[in-house]
Design a protein around this ligand. Structure first.
Ligand SMILES: [Zn+2]
Length: 462
């Protein structure tokens, strides 16, 4: 019994300890999940000490016991719970050891003020009617760039790898292009012709000064030079259009690069991560193909198909502001991702009779991946109103839903509810609350974990 009391005290201070640690919230959540069935471990194991050796006196003092079956605090009235007396001769809710039996948790007011547990009231909310669509996650095209070569060529070298961060102008892929080689040869020929025309002109100019050549010969040489300059410039522009940088043009024909090699370096267009890489050495790439995608995934798009009969409702609702949406993917079945409708397509697919709708979703932890299939719920404001509580307030244990309701002072008691429809942050309450109660919202799980811990601790009533 002494051992048990000691443990009881340790458990009672656990909630306070959490508050002091501050950064320990995640650990507490972890402890909670570690034994979700701890709440009734005593009853499930007939051989456990409390079931086998519970003192008879306890049964007499506990009005909730009917034979071997204990009535859950969720099935007793609040008055009954707060009037109950424990085996220590105290009111059960005031006894640090027995409080859990009546589903009551004591939370010092300073913890509530410190923000560990947030209070919430129940509100009548307009029911947001969701429409459910199927869609696919894609890159947010505002944040990515697809790079294609401007000329057909075979991949000779790949300088960057998938997932690598690249800087603007960093070489990514090197191609060898017959077409580019021809343009380079044209450029080099034009350069040679220009040099010849220039020296010829200079000679004619000198001869003219010395009054040896005729005016006609001089003008002809000048014309040839001008024509060669135009051809050289045009050849250079052609190279630039194909993606050859100015520095590379200058190096053409000099050491390290032979004439007409047709080597094209594809460079990163902007700062970002290589999200897709299709270039494989030896493969032929065409100008209309994206060989690499560079960008970031801090936000994603989800494209979904909106049926013709849903279009009018969505467009009407959009006039009232951005429509909220929720995205669910198979990879993360426990949660969903918030988003907002930011575009409804202008064209209808004639075959499927659907219109594309785009949902933008923040993706800071990069869980959403391009190509994932998604279920998209778009919430349209409805006319009907319902009693609703914040999602964080609704907890469940052994298949029953409940909330913690503030009773008086530091005391909170868990009360059963029948949840109805669920929205992004709200849950409809069909039964169980009048609407006047104050609830524990964020942090409510700490109250639940306190009850669970106490129940587990009660397993040592020897
Ligand atoms: Zn007691």
């Amino acid at each position: 019994m002494i051992r048990c009391k000691l443990r009881g005290v340790l458990l009672a201070v656990a909630l306070l300890a959490v508050a002091c640690r501050g950064s320990g919230k995640a650990e507490v959540a972890g402890e909670l999940i570690a034994d979700p069935h701890g709440g009734d471990s005593g009853r499930r194991q007939p051989g456990a000490p409390n079931a086998a050796s519970a003192p008879a006196a306890r049964e007499e003092t506990d009005p909730s016991r009917r034979g071997d079956e204990k009535i859950s605090d969720l099935d007793r009235s609040v008055e009954d719970l707060f009037a109950a007396m424990c085996e220590h001769g105290k009111k059960t809710h005031e006894c640090d050891e027995c409080r859990y039996e009546v589903g009551v948790v004591r939370v010092p007011e300073k913890l509530v003020q410190g923000g560990l547990v947030k209070k919430a009231s129940i509100s009548r909310r307009r029911v947001e009617a969701p429409i459910v669509l199927t869609g696919e996650v894609r890159f947010d095209e505002r944040h990515v760039t697809h790079v294609s070569p401007r000329v057909e060529g075979i991949v000779r070298k790949v300088h960057a790898t998938l997932g690598e961060r690249v800087r603007p102008s960093q070489p990514i892929v090197e191609l060898e292009s017959v077409q580019l080689g021809e343009v380079e040869s044209d450029y080099l020929a034009a350069q040679a012709a220009l040099r010849l025309a220039r020296s010829s002109f200079q000679r004619q100019e000198q001869l003219r000064k010395e009054q040896i050549s005729s005016e006609k010969e001089y003008l002809s040489a000048r014309h040839d030079l001008e024509a060669a300059q135009i051809r050289a410039r045009s050849a250079q522009e052609k190279l630039t259009r194909l993606g050859v940088g100015a520095g590379e043009v200058e190096r053409l024909g000099t050491a390290g690069r032979s004439a007409g090699e047709g080597a094209l370096v594809v460079r990163a267009p902007a700062d970002g991560i290589i999200l897709e890489m299709r270039a494989v050495p030896g493969e032929l790439m065409k100008p209309d193909e994206s060989i690499v995608t560079v960008g970031d995934v801090s936000s994603m798009w989800v494209w979904a198909d909106l049926h013709e009969e849903q279009l009018g409702r969505v467009l009407d609702a959009q006039r009232g502001g951005k429509l909220r949406a929720e995205i669910a993917v198979k990879a993360f079945q426990d949660g969903s991702f918030p988003g907002a409708v930011d575009f409804v397509g202008p064209a209808m697919d004639e075959r499927t009779r659907t219109v594309k709708v785009r949902v933008a979703a923040p993706n800071t932890d990069a869980k959403l991946r391009a190509g994932m299939f998604a279920t998209v719920r778009i919430f349209l404001p409805g006319q009907e109103e319902a009693l609703a509580v914040p999602r964080a307030a609704v907890l469940s244990d052994e298949g029953r839903s409940f909330v913690f309701v503030h009773h008086h002072g530091d005391y909170w008691v868990r009360r059963p509810i029948e949840p109805g429809r669920r929205w992004l942050d709200w849950v409809e309450v069909k039964h169980g609350l009048s609407g006047a109660e104050t609830l524990a919202a964020e942090g409510a799980f700490l109250l639940k974990s306190d009850v669970l811990r106490s129940k587990m601790g009660a397993g040592c009533a020897d």
